[in-house]
Design a protein around this ligand. Structure first.
Ligand code: AMP
Ligand code: ZN
Ligand code: FE
Ligand code: FE
Length: 294
């Protein structure tokens, strides 16, 4: 059975590897198909696809869209979206600009506490990457202020640190509709991450399904057993796509490629629903009778 991981980050956002390097790592990890889902960016697609073609690995283009619901950040995966769609690309651009200003503001606040400046952060950002707290974390680590990225998130970068600044993102409902009108397949990312009474209830999920939500990421290290069981039952009763993925960030997070995987039947449904861009599937992975996709 094909091993499929549908949630990874390259240095086009806050992963630590180049998109092609990430695809090579996916092949080395024994995966057959990988999706690249950088935060609010399509910048890594071309290089990832080219490497996948070279290695004979399947590739699914995607994004992880930053959204907000009840004031809390929620991530929405969007598979096979059209990167040239006006509404989607302008929303991503707006989020990325806001994230950049937000990171500068956070560094301003942090610089009153510790010895860090904006140049230190820029050193950690690759090209026009979507800037996030991970880049500030990496700067804090490079300067010896924090031991690891994860430690920085728990300490100076946590929302309770007094240094946290929010950024613009569209509402979850609007984001779902934006992904759908861009030909993509919206899948709610790691629904179990949003704790402290902020987990989306079944009633709230039902509203999202009404807006076009197509699936939920059930297999993810931040969903505990009870949350996985609830999501699975909800997905079955609402005929949603179910995914499982690593949320790999290279060396930036402990998540390992392939630690959660997606059933090929669920990927097939994503491929049927998504019309905004094409996956690359090598001949060996194509079911007899299916047209080869480039
Ligand atoms: P931000 O979106 O800028 O508020 O930063 C949060 C993002 O940092 C999430 O998407 C996480 O996946 C990502 N992240 C990357 N590395 C880590 C880490 N070691 N610990 C926590 N979050 C991380
Ligand atoms: Zn991330
Ligand atoms: Fe996420
Ligand atoms: Fe992610």
């Amino acid at each position: 059975m094909a091993r499929i991981d549908l949630h990874t980050h390259s240095y086009a956002s806050d992963g630590t590897q180049a998109p092609a390097e990430l695809v090579s790592s996916a092949a080395a990890a024994g995966l057959d198909i990988v999706a690249l889902t950088d935060h609010d960016s399509f910048a890594g697609w071309a290089a990832a696809r080219a490497c996948a073609q070279e290695l004979g690995l399947g590739f699914v283009p995607g994004i992880e869209f930053s959204t907000v619901s009840d004031g809390a950040p929620i991530h929405l995966l969007g598979y096979l979206v059209d990167a040239h769609n006006d509404l989607l690309s302008s929303e991503c651009e707006r989020i990325r600009e806001s994230r950049l200003r937000r990171a500068e503001s956070m560094v301003n606040v942090l610089s009153r506490k510790v010895d860090i400046g904006w140049d230190d952060v820029l050193e950690q950002v690759h090209g026009s990457a979507t800037v996030g707290r991970p880049h500030i974390a990496d700067a804090l680590v490079a300067k010896g202020i924090e031991p690891t990225r994860s430690a920085a998130f728990k300490d100076l970068l946590s929302p309770r640190s007094g240094c946290y600044v929010p950024y613009y993102s569209p509402s979850l409902e609007h984001a779902i509709e934006t992904v759908v009108q861009a030909g993509g397949v919206p899948v709610l990312a790691h629904p179990g991450s949003y704790r402290r009474g902020r987990v989306l209830t079944d009633a709230q999920l039902e509203v999202l399904v009404g807006r076009g939500l197509a699936g939920v990421e059930v297999g993810h290290r931040e969903n505990d057993a009870a949350e996985r069981a609830r999501l699975l039952a909800f997905a079955r009763s609402h005929h949603l796509v179910v995914t499982g993925s690593s949320d790999y960030h290279g060396a930036g997070k402990p998540n390992r490629l392939g630690e959660n995987v997606t059933d090929p039947a669920d990927l097939d449904r994503i491929l049927e629903l998504g019309t905004g861009s094409s996956p690359y599937l090598p001949d060996r992975l194509l079911v007899e009778g299916e047209a080869p996709q480039q």
